[in-house]
Design a binder for this molecule. Structure first.
Ligand code: NAD
Ligand code: LMR
Length: 337
């Protein structure tokens, strides 16, 4: 980490001028389809002064390449056993490590491979960066986030305010797909998406968006289906070579930027994310994505989901049992005998 200093960009935005803005960000899985463009986008983030790129393969090459971009951060690559160096001192850790889907697979079909990868990385975070804010991209997010949390609990360092499932791609898709229908600029179209990150657990709240409130009938059904199953479009188009990488890198960089701005003390940084949540705990659903206000400690406030339409109530009802099953699967994986 670098000595504390205020950057011109932070002064220009006019918030919390005493906040530290020299953050170390680590990407675990940095040489992959998501990891490479995500790392490039983080190299452009003015709040990142040190960027640690870790992967089981090729991270030093990716780091050497990105390090030539003339922005104000130092990039280092870490491979194989060098995870400690990547994590020590990290303020934000973003994790796109793990295998992607092929056509015909669900995200849950990735569980057997990715559960162990995420568990191993959580053990390392517990040891070397227990205070970091962690964004988990690896699928199935509905289960990998509980796996991460349980692993930190076992190590005695779990802080629910610091662990996030990255669901930003669903928000990005909802904004884009609705804008296409309405002929609007997506920048002006914000659709909250709640629940989880797979199929019916992805619940867009179109009624809360001025541009979405009047979408009805078959058009409404088709739009909800496209948002819930947008990932499949990419998996099919890539025909066996992977799933969304570039749009995910964009979404992951946006979420990392929100974490960093929250850390720096900026007010009103709100992004939907899948976190340990009280909203549906009574129904046994211990993790849920909803708009989260971010701050220097991570989660500052979990916003309620607000007023929803009758259709959205039905969508939430359909999401809850699936989420509960996915969460239990993750928790049981860590706590198996
Ligand atoms: P990829 O295969 O291109 O890259 C994955 C990278 O992880 C590889 O470089 C691999 O070497 C690395 N890796 C594997 N085990 C590792 C370990 N133990 N430590 C560090 N690195 C390790 O895959 P991708 O397309 O980048 O996708 C990665 C994951 O992200 C998949 O599980 C995918 O389903 C998920 N994903 C999530 C979202 C989301 O919205 N949350 C969106 C897209 C993809
Ligand atoms: C997505 O939503 O694009 C990702 O979760 C990847 C996938 O498997 O669809």
């Amino acid at each position: 980490m670098f000595a504390a200093r205020r950057s011109a960009s932070v002064l220009a935005r006019g918030f919390a001028t005493s906040a530290r803005v020299d953050y170390k960000a680590a990407v675990l899985g940095a040489a992959g389809g998501i990891g490479q463009p995500l790392s490039l986008l983080l190299k452009e983030n003015p709040n990142v002064t040190e960027l640690a790129l870790y992967d089981v393969r090729n991270a030093p090459g990716v780091a050497a390449d990105i390090s030539h971009v003339n922005t104000n951060s130092l990039v280092k690559g870490f491979e194989q056993e060098a995870l400690q160096g990547a994590l020590e001192g990290a303020d934000v850790v973003i994790i796109p490590a793990g295998v992607p889907r092929k056509p015909g697979m669900t995200r849950d079909d990735l569980f057997n491979t990715n559960a162990s990868i995420v568990q191993g990385l959580a053990e390392a975070v517990a040891k070397y960066a227990p205070k970091a804010l962690v964004g988990i991209i690896s699928n199935p997010v509905n289960s990998t986030v509980p796996i991460f949390a349980e692993t930190l609990k076992k190590a005695g360092v779990y802080d629910p305010k610091r662990i996030f499932g990255v669901t930003t791609l669903d928000v990005v898709r909802a904004s884009r797909f609705l804008s296409e229908i309405k002929g609007l600029n997506p920048k002006d179209v914000k659709v909250p998406v709640v629940g989880g990150h797979s199929g019916v657990t992805i619940v867009p709240l179109l009624s809360q968006c001025p541009a979405g409130a009047d979408v009805q009938g078959e058009q409404y059904k088709a739009l909800v289906h496209r948002i819930q199953f947008g990932g499949d479009e990419v998996v099919q188009a890539k025909a066996g070579t992977g799933s969304a990488t570039l749009s995910m890198a964009y979404a992951g960089a946006r979420f990392a930027d929100a974490l960093l701005r929250g850390l720096a003390g900026e007010a009103n940084v709100i992004e939907p994310s899948y976190v340990e949540s009280p909203l549906f705990q009574n129904e046994g659903v211990t993790f849920f994505s909803s708009p989260i206000e971010l701050g220097p400690e991570g989660v500052k406030k979990i916003h309620p989901i607000g007023k929803v339409s009758a259709e959205e109530e039905e969508l939430i009802k359909a999401a809850l049992p699936e989420l509960k099953k996915n969460i239990e699967k993750g928790v049981n994986f860590v706590n198996k005998a």
